[in-house]
Write a protein of this length. Structure first.
Length: 143
């Protein structure tokens, strides 16, 4: 079998209109990021950085930009790319842009993904309950 490069499905969101961040920047996000990427980003965002030594802080920073470069695919600002963790970190530090805008974009997007996951999980739970609803009645009839 011939191997091919994996191209993730993406969606482009406007930070102002879709994520309510106040900047008119279009960012392309990985539409269905892997569980590992999502949970790693959440873990990094929840870390208590005050308790980390310098080596742990560098490792956490590396994890963050490794995952950020996967979830952020592209944007409509010239000179900004998210191809590698290093270019992603450079994009976050770009002096032309508001400080923290891509970090805010990731947090907003993760919130959106988690909300969608909860809705899907609840819907699947209800489908499971509905599909089981006749089994108890059938058992009682057979007894």
């Amino acid at each position: 079998m011939k191997k091919r490069e994996f191209k993730p499905n993406t969606q482009t969101l406007n930070l102002k209109d879709d994520l309510f961040l106040g900047e008119d920047i279009n960012v392309e996000f990985w539409e269905n990021p892997s569980k590992e990427v999502v949970f790693t980003l959440i873990e990094v965002l929840q870390a208590d950085t005050k308790k980390l030594d310098q080596i742990e802080a560098k490792e956490l920073n590396k994890k963050y930009f490794d995952c950020a470069s996967l979830i952020l695919v592209d944007c409509d600002i010239k000179g900004i790319n998210f191809d590698t963790p290093e270019s992603t970190e450079a994009a976050f530090l770009d002096k032309r842009l508001p400080w923290g805008i891509f970090h805010q974009a990731i947090m907003a997007y993760l919130g959106k993904l988690v909300d969608e996951y909860k809705v899907l999980k609840n819907a699947l739970r209800r489908v499971g309950v509905l599909s089981d609803s006749g089994k108890d009645e059938k058992k009682k009839e057979n007894e």
